[in-house]
Design a protein around this ligand. Structure first.
Ligand code: ATP
Ligand code: MG
Length: 137
């Protein structure tokens, strides 16, 4: 069974979108296997986004992710990685389709509310990075 790491970014938490976002994944039919709220240290944000470390926006991205608490989630289900990316929508919320989380709830790429793993391999890697063994059901 596939697993994906979903994270509500600090703007999503601050704006009170946690329930709305969790509802969308629950209604779709995926299984929540991990959930916690967390003030992310810079080292963890840097490790999580290490593939983007050469990008010009990387320092701002680390500032953004560490600017307040995030909600960390592990979700399980057949095809959950690709399906979650569809539910989330395009990276730039102005390009994201209406009906998607970013399409409905965001306007700026630098404040796009939510993260979702981009491959099953990264799903496993990110869940292992953000959760300890005993925190997952
Ligand atoms: P995520 O990995 O957070 O799910 P994504 O896979 O849609 O998003 P990535 O290319 O992995 O997009 O970029 C990671 C995050 O970096 C984006 O979600 C966004 O918050 C930020 N980001 C990406 N491109 C830009 C940009 N051009 N300007 C500012 N921030 C950006
Ligand atoms: Mg990504």
């Amino acid at each position: 069974v596939d697993q994906t790491y979903i994270m509500i970014k600090p703007d999503g938490v601050q704006r009170g979108l946690v329930g709305e976002i969790i509802s969308r994944f629950e209604r779709k039919g995926f299984k929540l296997t991990g959930l916690k709220m967390f003030q992310c240290p810079a080292e963890l944000a840097e490790e999580h986004y290490k593939d983007l470390s050469a990008k010009p926006f990387y320092p701002k991205l680390i500032d953004y992710i560490t600017s307040g608490p995030v909600v960390c989630m592990a979700w399980e289900g057949v095809g959950v990685v690709a399906s979650a990316r569809k539910l989330i929508g395009s990276t730039d919320p102005l390009q994201a389709e209406p009906g998607t989380i970013r399409g409905d709830l965001a306007v700026q790429t630098g404040r796009n509310v939510i993260h979702g793993s981009d491959s099953p391999e990264n799903g496993k890697r990110e869940i292992a990075l953000w959760f300890k063994e005993g925190e997952l059901c």
